[in-house]
Design a protein around this ligand. Sequence first.
Ligand SMILES: Nc1nc2c(ncn2[C@@H]2O[C@H](COP(=O)(O)OP(=O)(O)OP(=O)(O)O)[C@@H](O)[C@H]2O)c(=O)[nH]1
Ligand SMILES: [Mg+2]
Length: 294
Amino acid sequence: MHKSGYVNIVGYPNVGKSTLMNALMGDRLSIITSKPQTTRHRILGILNEENYQIIFSDTPGVIDDPSYSMQEAMNRMAFSVFEDADILILLTDPYDKYSGEERIFHYLKKRDFPVFLVINKMDLVSEERMESVLEHWNNIFKADKVFTISAQDKMGLEDLIKAITDHLPEGPAYYPKDQLSDRNYRFFVSEIIREKILQQFKQEVPYSCEVVVDEYDENEEKITRIHASIYVDRKSQKSILIGKGGSAIKKLGIASRESIEAFIDNKVFLELQVKVKDNWRDDDRMLKHFGYKH
Ligand SMILES: Nc1nc2c(ncn2[C@@H]2O[C@H](COP(=O)(O)OP(=O)(O)OP(=O)(O)O)[C@@H](O)[C@H]2O)c(=O)[nH]1
Ligand SMILES: [Mg+2]
């Protein structure tokens, strides 16, 4: 018997959705940073075994009060998980403050698939604290199963995987068994650069950036040549990204190149260019170009 299905991960920003998908995949697919709203797209991670294929979805964190069209698009991707889930993982951490009235519960109540409530970051709190978190959840939502885990320390993941495979429907593989994701190298490379931007720059700057890989040239065996554009939504941000005498962009280029080299396992020549597109986060045409809208 072969099993297959969509296991979709949803939750507020920064609770560890991407960390969990990477841990379950045993691979670094999604970027992870300490800043909220790191993930901006729905990204599939396909876990292939002889007897099953689990298609995980990592999604952007749910934003209760979106301020840009881009955030509305991110919310649409987050909520799209309710349309095709075979199993839903509602991921939270001990610090999330749900009342049970949030929009997400409206969708959860109408579900026709199992929902696993997974409380992450158990490494950060005492058992007593976790007990009271569980009690609170018990009062606001009846999940089909409840887990406490640490995605970062890979604690509690075996039980979670076991429950997933137990509940997975019977069915054929949806994707070729050697496929790991629905995304290509260009996408992962642009995400790695965005991760470095999130790590290097403060406050608003990373949230105003979008990265597009314009060229990905594998014609030479020993080196992959990559050209990427970083779009910002104001001129002042371009000078922050470039820095005094180009020092900031140089640092960003080095950090990005090292990470990309580790990811693709080849030497990389990376060229970065900063472009200004005023208010792109509210510009339909740009949002389509960047893949937030169809
Ligand atoms: N202590 C601890 N930290 C964790 C754990 N899981 C994730 N983190 C940290 O929490 C932060 C957010 O992790 P992400 O995986 O990027 O969270 P996310 O839910 O994907 O965030 P968005 O993409 O912004 O919605 C990072 O700094 C992680 O290292 C955990 O089990 N324990
Ligand atoms: Mg994420």
